[in-house]
Design a binder for this molecule. Structure first.
Ligand code: ADP
Length: 273
């Protein structure tokens, strides 16, 4: 059964106006109740991941997108640690290299998609190719406009291969971003996260919102949905994402694989020698 967090789903084809969504929404949750529930959800996620790995029939690709300091790393730290590292990894997407740019935009992405039995968290993704690339005019409009369709086809291909794709847009306010950037300035341990280049992106906030609105609208599909997560409160963001992933994994109706046939009925193993 879907949880209350399913309300963050963007219905396929629905028009999205980010300004209508409150980034600090938490409903009745408090930091304390959300953290307690998160622990329970993560314990269950851990079990379901073991089952996913044991069965080897499904994979899970989690896409994380949002403005700088929206919390992509935080989700990987606080939610992805529920999964067993034996079959879970995070893949970051940076400015493409020369070799990557010499290929189609999905080339580098496809190479790191999870196989069946695996879970991958994408820290940024192929969506950069219709976000930063669009806002900064890195390719002609005719090129990025075709990409929504290519993305939908690509994600459908993954789904047909058993890989569930779930995408989260971490919605923060520009004020919250400012505070987080200032915190980074004031905290020596966080200086490495501070990039002067992020100001240029921040200055184009409205253009990015338009690009996000279109990506969410064009690419939230039944096969690979987008969720719009209020992310000003980190504890609410973590709980919402963990619970949505749990709901999606529960829907697979997985069970533990049985003993192989020749071992059925065995309960003990004879000592050697
Ligand atoms: P992050 O902000 O993800 O922690 P960085 O500070 O290294 O890591 O930023 C990565 C940068 O790479 C971002 O500015 C992002 O917009 C950019 N980027 C990612 N993918 C692409 C792409 N396909 N084309 C151009 N720039 C990209």
């Amino acid at each position: 059964m879907a949880s209350e967090f399913e309300r963050h789903l963007i219905q396929p084809g629905a028009k999205v106006r980010l300004a209508d969504h409150d980034p600090s929404e938490t409903r009745e949750w408090t930091k304390k109740t959300a953290r307690a529930r998160l622990d329970e959800v993560k314990a269950r996620l851990h079990v379901l991941h073991e089952m996913l790995h044991a069965n080897g029939k499904h994979g899970l690709l989690v896409v994380l997108q949002g403005m700088d300091a929206c919390g992509k790393d935080g989700v990987i730290k606080h939610v992805a640690d529920a999964f067993n590292h034996i079959a879970c990894y995070a893949a970051p997407f940076k400015v493409p290299t020369k070799v990557e740019l010499a290929h189609d935009f999905l080339w580098r992405v496809h190479a790191v998609t999870p196989g069946r039995g695996q879970v991958a968290f994408f820290n940024r993704s192929h969506y950069e190719d219709v976000l930063v690339v669009r806002v900064e005019s890195l390719v002609p409009e005719a090129v990025w406009r075709q990409r929504y369709e290519a993305i939908n086809d690509f994600e459908r291909l993954l789904m047909r291969n058993g890989v569930m794709v779930v995408k989260f847009y971490l919605h923060i306010s520009s004020e919250e971003q400012r505070e987080r950037m200032e915190d980074r300035l004031r905290t020596p341990e966080d200086h490495y996260k501070f990039r002067v280049g992020d100001f240029a992106t921040r200055a184009k906030w409205d253009e990015y919102m338009t690009a996000y609105e279109q990506a969410l609208r064009r690419c939230s599909t039944a096969e690979a949905p987008w969720y719009l997560i209020p992310a000003d409160k980190k504890w609410y963001r973590n709980l919402a994402i963990a619970q949505i992933l749990l709901d999606r994994l529960e829907r697979l109706g997985m069970s533990w694989p049985p003993l192989e046939e020749e071992a059925q009925g065995m309960t003990a193993i004879a000592p050697l020698g």
